[in-house]
Write a protein that binds this ligand. Structure first.
Ligand code: SF4
Ligand code: SF4
Ligand code: SF4
Length: 242
């Protein structure tokens, strides 16, 4: 598979949140910024992804054998091979979401506004609940794959700062190979370990346990063809209209 991709190896993550801070720092010129937060009795902060937060280290506390256990992973746009968000936007008449041919990055145009109801529909079409609309401006945003960095020979900011090797970026084929090799290595220690993503999207994640223990949207039960199905519907409607 051509293009670029991530391999996010949660078995190495220490939840330091360096990736989250680096993302916010690098993307400030495009709209990310610090937001007011409160302590909610959990290490996760802020509470959710937003128009101002493209990357979030999610925490979940689960009781295992009467003892608390933390699951955490760095959440972001998966850059789907067949992006449901893009096809939904097209079906609503917008050209605010495109896919770069060379890298496969799914990009949101910061100059095109959507109606709030349409922004909600676009968000709901994302199996991982990623994109967000700014309710004041009608602009949508999410992870850009650090397009302005990767097209200038640099790693994405979140990958560059990760001190543990959790965040990896490169040719999608290489990332897939790396993920499959690592899955085999960790299986003896984590029998429930699994990969989400290969053949569906470009951010392959290795979870060491059931992804649903991490977050309700960590692994959608989406079929690999969901984006293609939406695309086919859009194309049928377009040809009927024509
Ligand atoms: Fe985990 Fe790396 Fe992010 Fe730290 S920078 S939270 S180790 S993914
Ligand atoms: Fe943020 Fe860039 Fe990483 Fe995307 S690739 S999560 S925009 S730092
Ligand atoms: Fe779109 Fe969601 Fe896929 Fe990202 S993860 S490309 S926002 S559908």
């Amino acid at each position: 598979m051509a293009g670029k991709g991530f391999f996010i190896d949660t078995s190495k993550c220490t939840a330091c949140r360096g990736c989250q801070v680096a993302c916010k720092n690098w993307n400030q010129p495009f709209g990310t910024k610090g937001t007011k937060t409160v302590q909610r009795g959990n290490h996760q902060n802020p509470e959710d992804l937003s128009f101002f937060t493209y990357k979030l280290v999610r925490f979940s506390e689960v009781a295992v054998g009467g003892k608390p256990r933390w699951y955490f992973f760095a959440d972001q746009c998966r850059h789907c091979l067949e992006p449901p968000c893009m096809y939904t936007a097209q079906s609503l008449g917008y050209k605010n979401i495109t896919r770069d041919e060379k890298t496969g990055a799914v990009l949101y145009n910061p100059n095109i506004k959507v109606k709030l109801a349409d922004g909600k529909a676009i968000r709901e079409s994302c199996p991982w609940d990623i994109p967000r609309v700014n309710e004041k401006t009608g602009i949508m945003a999410k992870c850009t794959m650090c397009f302005n960095r990767i097209t200038n020979g640099m790693l994405p900011a979140c990958v560059k700062v990760c001190p543990t090797g959790t965040m990896n970026f490169g040719d999608l084929d290489k990332m897939t190979e790396m993920a499959q090799k690592r899955l085999k290595q960790v299986k003896s220690m984590y029998p429930n370990a699994q990969l989400t993503g290969p053949e569906i999207h470009r951010a392959i994640i290795l979870f060491v346990d059931d992804p649903k223990k991490y977050h309700k949207f960590a692994s959608s039960d989406v079929e690999p063809t969901i984006g293609a199905s939406v695309r086919n519907i859009v194309q049928s409607v377009t040809s009927l209209a024509g």
